[in-house]
Design a protein around this ligand. Structure first.
Ligand code: 5AD
Ligand code: SF4
Length: 446
């Protein structure tokens, strides 16, 4: 069906994590119910929303610079409604309206379920601010199935919002509020609907999935939820993110032994290899606990590929703490990691440590480079262990770089490119790995 010429168009500029990517998809789905059409081109949009991230200062600065372009367009007289959503909106609130006269609308992550009303109010000429957190009782998880799911192989499903932890560096509890678990019945219904659309790989997302359901009497635990999802016919692969090492119990470890469709990849952010630093971060586990947990996981699933997050330059981090982080990388057999320089965030408990014990920026930068170099070497080495072997690849789509090449992943999240037709998308094929690079391997059909 062709769209009417007059359809109102929305462009969403998304920053940050998968949670935001998914929130943007939900915003598009909500607005579509009111006749809005999503566009990939900001220039012909009637509504531009920036869905923002405040996890580190860099992410926040990216949004301010992107905003400049949209503000200029508006000042030139474009009939544009301009909104800021997401974590920076939640954190800065009215300050954004005060600072940017061109901005019509500011709302936080909890504004997503009611976005249509907020947009209508902004279009009627009001300047709209909504940073209230919704009631925890009957929290309105947006029912819409991931609107981008059709024609794809994998989809996200929200299982939880917010976070009750208080890691001292982290702004998430401020911007996304307390943890609420989505009722498991709703989650399982959404998974069934997705599978009926052809989705094979389900990624359950939440800020701290291991504490799923614990606050709700009678609710499934995370391990029970994994089992229930695994039993749904058609679910070929289950992934999830993010886990906290303290909360990962033996029942989830056992799931790696029992559930073949739970993938052989786990992202388990450790943040630091030093107990002293972990304590200051209020992570509530030790290096030793992490290593034992990894041993248990490997006993349950020998081919488990482990990835993690690191923060370097956290206040008070000494050379020997950083050495502990470097050595953890190999000791835990980590095959991939995201690493960041500590970025002080407004209102977080670590700010008082920054005043007392800052790590000079050049020291933090040098540590980051050293960690990333070590990580790249380990990742390449792991990728090389696949050379000559045949691996099962779920084909996801055409390669972004090479014509006539498709890409997919193994259960262990190894990215594999091989010559093939787009008609292979959705199939799981045996592929012989022929060459390795740092972030992917090349292979051929067997
Ligand atoms: N500075 C640097 N990195 C951070 N992260 C979270 N907060 C900060 C911060 N203030 C990193 C953590 C987390 C990932 C999503 O972002 O490593 O796991
Ligand atoms: Fe932030 Fe810690 Fe919660 Fe993760 S577990 S979102 S790092 S407070």
């Amino acid at each position: 069906m062709s769209e009417p010429e007059t359809a109102r168009k929305v462009f969403i500029h998304t920053f940050g994590c998968q949670m935001n990517v998914y929130d943007s998809a939900k915003i598009r789905a909500q607005l579509a119910r009111d006749g809005w059409v999503a566009t990939d081109c900001a220039d012909d949009a009637d509504l531009v929303l920036l869905n923002t991230c405040s996890i580190r200062d860099k992410a926040e600065q990216k949004m301010h610079s992107a905003l400049g372009e949209y503000r200029r367009r508006k000042r030139r007289g474009a009939p544009l409604t301009l909104g800021i959503a997401g974590c920076v909106a939640q954190q800065e609130g009215v300050a954004l309206l005060d600072r940017y006269p061109e901005v019509d609308l500011v709302f936080g992550p909890d504004g997503v379920p009611g976005v249509q009303k907020l947009v209508d109010a902004a279009r009627s000429g009001q300047r709209v601010l909504d940073t209230t957190f919704l009631d925890l009782e009957n929290y309105p998880f947006v029912e819409a199935v991931d609107p981008d799911a059709a024609g794809r192989v994998g989809a996200f499903v929200t299982i939880q919002k917010g976070c009750d932890n208080k890691c001292t560096f982290c702004i998430v509890p401020t911007t996304r509020g307390v943890e609420v678990s989505r009722p498991s019945g709703q989650i399982l219904d959404e998974v069934r609907t997705l599978v009926a659309c052809g989705i094979q790989e389900i990624t359950l997302i939440g800020q701290n999935v291991n504490s799923y359901g614990l606050k709700v009497p009678g609710e499934r635990t995370f391990a029970e939820l994994l089992r229930a999802v695994a039993e749904i016919p058609g679910v070929a692969r289950i992934r999830y993110t993010t886990s906290h090492p303290r909360d990962m119990g033996p029942d989830v470890v056992a799931a790696y032994r029992d559930l073949p469709n739970l993938t052989s990849h786990l992202h388990l952010p450790v943040q630091s290899g030093s107990d002293r630093v972990l304590k200051r971060m209020k992570r509530f586990y030790t290096r030793d606990h992490y290593l034992r947990l990894v041993d248990d996981l490997r006993a349950a699933r020998p081919d488990l590929a482990l990835t993690t997050d690191f923060i370097v330059g956290f206040p008070g981090e000494e050379d020997e703490d950083f050495e502990q982080t470097l050595s953890l990388l190999s000791e835990a057999g980590i095959v991939g990691s995201f690493s960041f320089k500590y970025s002080p965030r407004p209102g977080t408990p670590a700010l008082k440590l920054v005043d007392r014990d800052p790590v000079p920026d050049d020291v933090a930068s040098a540590r980051l480079s050293a960690l990333q170099a070590r990580q790249r070497a380990l990742q390449l080495a792991w990728n090389r262990t696949h050379e000559g072997r045949v691996v099962d690849v779920l084909v996801e789509g055409p390669s972004a770089h090479d014509e006539g090449v498709v890409c997919g992943r193994t259960s262990s999240n190894l990215m594999v490119n091989f010559v093939g037709d787009e008609a292979l998308v959705g199939q799981t094929l045996p592929i012989r790995v022929t060459r390795s690079f740092t972030h992917s391997v090349r292979g051929e059909q067997v």
